[in-house]
Design a protein. Sequence first.
Length: 293
Amino acid sequence: MSVTAVPPRPVPGDPRPYAFPRFERRTLSNGITLVVAPVHRLPIVSVIAVLDAGAVCDPMGREGLAALVAAMLPEGTATMDGETLALRFERLGASFGASADWDVGVASMTMTRSHLSDALALFAQTLTAPSFPARELERLKAERLAELLQLRTEPRGLADEMTAHFVYAPESRYARPMAGGAAAVEAIVSRDVGELYTARYRAGGTTIVMAGDVTADDAATLLEEAFGLWGGSSPASIAVVDAPSPGSRAVHVVSKPDAPQSEIRVAHVGIPRVHPDYFRVVVMNAVLGGLFS
């Protein structure tokens, strides 16, 4: 007879102290807010531009417009096409990307400190002088429509999309897909892209965060050189409707007979990020099952 010994479970160690970098804030001459976190361990700098241009800014019937505007930033500027722009970033060893979520548009870049000045010049061009080529708009629209077709075959994605549709009031932007539905995406034209960009991409509504091997003084000087001629006051505020649907306390069934499995969602309208209990709720959700299980 053999007995298998079960080793005791490991216990958590003592938390190690960590000192967060000191954030420094500046306001540039054109109204851009600058936040710098100097971290000099490695010769690398990450830059993130945050703009008041999220999906909540989408006009009714043009849902997905903010996502398309952000996705088109790498597709060319007034002086170079998208291929040339990508090649120049690559030669600098810099990574660049842009996207939009519900609340903001984001452009980000990471590069070595030695190439920071040249990379910022390219970064500024993508934000201040995008060309929005019509051919690339049609390509990105086609990609989104293909994603929607794929979504219809996946119970998980379909459940996520329909949950928001049932939970929020019909007039709420949150009741419709963040990247837009098929009809809305198909309706978007170049004029819509230009109008949203002009209305929402402005120096006055932009925050640039720089973290890494850079000082606040150097960051401010470099950004004044790259963005100093970009103007525009803060965009108009958007009245966000996040009211629940009158019939949100109900059971909804989305029939998909060919699905290999079923998905269940239990949801209600939550609290906004600025609510004092937000992080308590995040921890509570993790305890209830918000982690890997």
